[in-house]
Design a protein. Sequence first.
Lengths: 372, 366
Amino acid sequence: MSYSVQSSQASAVSAEVPAVAEAESAAVTQRKVIHIDCDCFFAAVEMRENPALRELPIAIGGESDRRGVIATCNYPARAFGVRSAMATAQAKKLCPQLLLLPGRMALYRDVSKQLMVILQEYALQLEQVSVDEAYLEIASHLNATEVAREIRERVRNELGITVSAGIAPNKFLAKIASDWNKPDGQWAVKPHQVDEFVAALPVGKIPGIGPAMEKKLALYKLQTCADIRRWELTELVRTFGRMGAVLYERSRGIDHRLLNLERPRKSVSVECTFATDLAGEEHCLAQLPQLLERWHERVERAGWPAAALAPFVKVKFADFTQTTLADSHEQASEQGFARLLKLALQRENKAVRLLGIGGRTPEIDRNQLTLF
Amino acid sequence: MKFVISREALLRPLQLVAGVVEKRQTLPVLSNVLLEVQGQQLSLTGTDLEVELVGRVTLDEVGQEGEITVPAKKLMDICRSLPDGAQIEIEQDEQRVNVRSGRSRFTLSTLPATEFPNVDNIAGEKTFTLEQGSLRRVIDRTSFAMAQQDVRYYLNGMLFEVSATGLRTVSTDGHRLATCHVAMNGPDTAQQIILPRKGVLEMAKLLTDPESSVTLSLSTNHLRARTENFTFTSKLVDGKFPDYSRVIPKNGSNVMLADRTELRQVFNRTAILSNEKYRGVRLVLDTDLLKVFANNPEQEEAEESVAVEYKGDALEMGFNVSYLQDVMSVLDTQQVKMTLSDANSSALLEEPEGGDAMYVVMPMRL
């Protein structure tokens, strides 16, 4: 099995490079990609477990007195303006009757596993992006719209939650399409519709374009993909760097990325948001042992020798600015993390809201054979 | 404490000692160098708690005894920027150290010598002596293959295997392995230790006088190297080094002999158009002819042919060209011997007559 993974990885390398000529040859063997995205996954699982919650605004997240944030909320909550990643305190201001649930990760993970088993049945290849999101590449002779409909029906019947599906010739468009008819819907971008569909797309819809980049693009009056198409590739690259090349391709509906079948884990980290801000280095360092203990548990589960990872630390200050610091020469030991943490804290003289520690492995090439 | 010394006499030991001192330290005293004067002897010590280096200089005149620590990098920078041949006077003045030379005067902050950490005493040691040149050779011929920041931390260092008859070094990053041997009168019982990467590189810097001797002491936790002017101590890596003898191929029947310089140039040129990250090249071997091909994601291609001595099977295999280049650079014979068996098995590179070093390189899948 590992062999097929390697050969597809190798072709991924060469597929990254070429531009337009290859896009046309790719059109001959049309890919069919489906993006499956669960609808408010954690909340959906909770509502399945307790149907009485369906009509109430609920959210999964940390308590506001412990400065939690919302992980997921259901649609009744969204009607109040509650969103994921919002501070719980603010969510409660918007929706005082919001029912806050602490979240049951083990249960969600089980449901996620069952979901992936269903998807596996339809997929030539499956890339799980996160606990509630995946891409499928299906055989080109199949009717993708029908496959998506069947998947959604089976998930609803067998798992009691709903998913949305996006169908397109590549990952980028499939991802946008799954959001088009959300929740509990699906949308297909057929090959002949790609051009028109993409032209009207606001730049902010392109994955990887965040608010900052969007603002920058707006300075050049680049608001839709049609606007971007008026620029030469060289012009885009000169102005926006590497992202320019991505813009050039995406604005034409081109995305050569293959499904990432085996994403080797590159890092393991843990973090903690504190109930009250920590002031001073001493208090921050005092948190290190408990972070380290949790981190070691995770590293052990990943089967890595902790001492050999290149450590990094993350510090989020009270004003939500954050800094990360890595040093591959440092040991991922208590002393090593302490040294990094001290240096990171020296960068700002502010109280600390969150601390995180982690370790990274270096990159490896799978085609290189090994001695032992 | 007070002494006078010439810029040149101070600079060399200071630079070596300061090399051990890490730039970023949280324990302030670790960015300092410890200065000690006893009679006519000045000692300078730097440490990062893993590696410690003591340099010794004989002063022209007896100094005023004492010990104190000062910022290593600052003292070195001052010393370096003074004119050639300058006489430097260093004198402790309570919590400060004054550095004077000609019309220049500097006042440095200090930390007491009592705060300076000592490496633990070495217990149960084995001691043996060899020429600096020999030790330098077995390090230089193998250190390039040490891993860097590998999760298998024991690979981020060099194996020293001592026995009654000699010393063998081995380094490997899991893709290639290098080993070199020197005969000497070693301890009666054999021992293997792993010296961490930094220790290997810093120790090699001290071995500048090939004919003079160096005395190595091994304990279970430390290695110590003594030369006339330096005492170097490093903690050891606690881990199990892979069994190198198992991965050295013994049954390769396809033997290629090539001119080393020519082959090196062929690899250097093809490397230009290999994939920048993975560095793969294709070797195609047939009777007395080696062809080397490279291409990259930009679809650029390189092709080289070189006459070799080869009577074995027709073979086609991939290699990381950097690994081959490394071996070509470290060997110094006119010819090089490469022994192969098939596209999925390791290649053995060595001098035509075997020599004291062996290099094993695993291929890449094509």
